[in-house]
Design a protein around this ligand. Structure first.
Ligand code: C5P
Length: 409
């Protein structure tokens, strides 16, 4: 029996259509089988011949093809797949999807499908930012369609901004993740467990224009949430402002300030596990200015007050304390000493300590080096990608839950 996952790839008419050839190769490498629908405009960027050669299947283009209708019409195309991927998704096809327009094979199939749909938008920055496109995107999101990207950068048209189609690696990683999630849902070792992860920075307003924040990218928190979700955990990610799109299948709550993050965490309790990976601002402005501060003197004094400590609040809750409360300690000096003090002071079970000195590139980077600290154990982890750290931590959590039904290590 062929147990390959099947993707129906709809290629719409944007310049990024040329990348679909590489995308197919990458998905083949992941043992995903591809069938392509090409819109009329997409056919100007990429030929059916090359798509057929790579997908090893017929390429479908015509809604009213007599031969296709006998064998594989739009209804069958839309059903004989595990997932529909629209890449690139132009502003035009996004608008049609949002309104339910079905005037060619691609859009008719999209209207007829009962399978999950993921789109990778690609367009000029002004088209992406246009109110119509943004309304259409939020309509699609509300319907459960997943969006990958778009990314920031230079475009084929020479302008800069949001609108580039995400890299092939990112699209294929999302699909791989999607199928792994599908497979793991039944067998996931964290099935039935409720997990809350905090990530990203917080923004603390000074006045209506300015705020206090830090360099956190959110990558580590997102990677942890994804790894837990892959193991079947019911995962909520509470994040401050980041550039990272919401990961599919995870309940993402967007907050801005530390106080909002605390409230959102408390609203999620009871939970089995809470992991505080957010870089929460330790202070906020005591008296926020309601109007923009004007330049007056050479210096300006701002009075700060301490923010609530989310990790400590959860770790010290009397009622419904999670089985495991895990924190991070981002330090620039005396890493072990400061992190060990933090474990005790905050009352959490584990601390993942990391050196965030500028030269380590941890803030914003893709790797991290962790010292894992529990009440009676310190382990040094090698430099790993943030994804790998998410997976390693998830494995530890699984082992802990297996070994310690009641106690802690
Ligand atoms: O005290 P410090 O900010 O170094 O502690 C870091 C750990 O505490 C991280 O896990 C972070 O998410 C958490 N934290 C928090 N609320 C704060 C400050 C930090 O949850 N206000």
């Amino acid at each position: 029996m062929n147990n390959k996952q099947r993707v129906l790839l709809i290629i719409s008419g944007g310049i990024a259509a040329y990348k679909s050839l590489d995308l197919i190769r990458e998905l083949n490498r992941l043992n995903i089988s591809i069938r392509c629908i090409l819109t009329e405009n997409a056919g100007k960027f990429v030929t059916p011949l090359s798509l057929t050669a790579l997908s090893k299947d017929k390429v479908y283009q015509d809604l009213f093809s007599v031969s296709d209708e006998n064998t594989m019409g739009h209804i069958q195309l839309s059903r004989n797949t595990d997932l529909v991927l629209v890449a690139p998704a132009t502003a035009n096809i996004i608008a049609k999807m949002s309104c339910g327009i079905a005037d060619d094979l691609a859009t008719t199939t999209l209207l007829a499908t009962d399978k999950p749909v993921i789109i990778a938008p690609s367009m000029n920055v002004r088209m992406w930012n246009h109110a119509s496109t943004q309304t259409n995107i939020s309509t699609l999101l509300k319907r459960g369609i997943k969006i990958i990207g778009p990314e920031d950068g230079e475009m084929a048209c020479g302008e800069f901004g949001l609108g580039r189609m995400s890299d092939i690696e990112k699209i294929s990683a999302t699909l791989n993740n999607f199928f792994k999630i599908k497979t793991n849902k039944a067998a996931g070792k964290l099935k039935g467990r409720k997990v809350v992860v905090t990530g990203g920075p917080t923004h603390e307003a000074i006045d209506p224009i300015r705020y206090i924040t830090n360099h956190s990218s959110g990558k580590q928190g997102f990677a942890i949430a994804r790894a837990l979700h892959e193991q079947g955990a019911t995962t909520t990610l509470i994040t401050g402002p980041t550039q990272i799109p919401d990961p599919p299948g995870i309940c993402v709550k967007h907050i801005t300030t530390a106080e909002e993050m605390l409230q959102s965490c408390l609203d999620c309790l009871p939970a089995d596990i809470v992991i505080c990976a957010a870089a929460v601002s330790d202070w906020r402005i005591k008296n926020q200015y309601s109007e923009k501060i004007k330049k007056q003197d050479e210096t300006l004094s701002l009075e700060l007050m301490e923010n609530p400590d989310i990790l400590a609040t959860i770790a010290r809750t009397q009622k419904n304390r999670p089985n495991l409360v895990i924190g991070f300690a981002a330090e620039t000096q005396n890493l072990l000493e400061n992190a060990t003090i933090k474990l005790d002071k905050k009352g959490c079970d584990w601390i993942l300590a990391n050196n965030v000195s500028k030269e380590t590139g941890v803030f914003g980077g893709d790797t991290n080096q962790i010292k894992f600290i529990s009440k009676n154990k310190i382990e040094e982890w090698p430099i790993l990608s943030k994804e790998a750290i998410g997976k390693k931590l998830t494995k530890r959590i699984i082992a802990f839950l297996k070994d310690h039904k009641n106690g802690k290590d």
